[in-house]
Design a protein around this ligand. Structure first.
Ligand code: ZN
Length: 265
């Protein structure tokens, strides 16, 4: 799969420069390969997205396997609707946890995230995959080149995702369902709320919804792991720190509740 120059924004492909330390387009826009091996395609130099602490918390938490049933379910769904997939794009990939489950001898994984800390971690964890610091509102990828586009808890850009997918290719969207982390919210807030249904009907103008499934399970979690989980979510910044300090989960039950939407182009 060809990677495009994010400045030219046309079909100008990036090629490895002769010094093999950067990628360059025909108009001499140049993008450095990092020490860990990812490519930084952000046009502005500001740091955005998850910071280093959030990324480390995410990586530590995911490493414990609490979300592995979700990763396995995503893999099942992808194999059902796109058994011969090759090019996988993970839009808003974070540390690359979920899409790495889609790696096989046929496939190539391309992860994009606006956080350079997340991408650096992803590349260090999964050397053989391709990772890019880039906004997913403009994916630097050619039209009709992707077999599977995956978005887990990350923003969707329907027109852009439609553009890069091949005909009949699939877009898998994973979002938190109503009861996700309810016990945690009960501990943090006086009036805990259930997650509301978001309106994804905008996707229907481009895509056909072929399946929606829910994955709900309970896990027992200790306080250390729960704190890592809180740090990787917006709750950490939205909650009174004393409430976080008072969290006292002693292998208590926590509900994990996800919805998986499968769309076809
Ligand atoms: Zn260019």
């Amino acid at each position: 799969m060809n990677i495009l120059c994010p400045i030219c924004k046309n079909k100008n492909k990036l090629k490895l420069a002769t010094n093999e330390k950067s990628y360059i387009c025909s108009k001499n826009h140049s993008f450095d390969i990092s020490k860990s091996g990812y490519l930084n395609l952000l046009v502005s130099k500001t740091n955005s997205g998850d910071n280093k602490d959030m990324v480390n918390a995410r990586s530590n938490f995911l490493n414990k396997g609490y979300y592995e049933p979700l990763a396995i379910k995503i893999k099942e769904v992808v194999n059902k609707y796109s058994p011969d997939y090759k090019n996988v794009v993970d839009a808003g990939c974070g540390t690359g946890y979920y899409s790495n489950y889609l790696k096989n001898s046929n496939s190539s994984i391309y992860g994009f995230d606006i956080s350079k800390f997340a991408i650096d971690k992803a590349k260090k964890l999964q050397k053989e995959n391709n990772y890019f610091v880039a906004s997913t509102s403009f994916l630097p990828i050619e039209d009709d080149s992707v077999d599977v586009l995956l978005t887990v808890f990350a923003p969707t850009f329907p027109n852009e995702f439609f553009r890069v997918l091949k005909k009949d290719a699939i877009f898998v969207l994973v979002v938190p369902n109503h009861n996700h982390l309810y016990e945690l919210k009960k501990a943090l807030y006086d009036k805990p709320y259930l997650n509301e249904d978001k309106d994804y009907s905008i996707l229907n103008s481009n895509f056909t919804l072929v399946e929606k499934l829910d994955l709900t399970y309970k896990t027992n979690i200790n306080n250390d792991d729960l704190l890592q989980l809180v740090k990787m979510t917006p709750y950490f910044y939205k909650t009174n720190p004393t409430r976080i300090d008072k969290l006292d989960f002693n292998n208590d039950e926590l509900t994990l509740d996800f919805s998986i939407f499968v769309y076809k182009k």
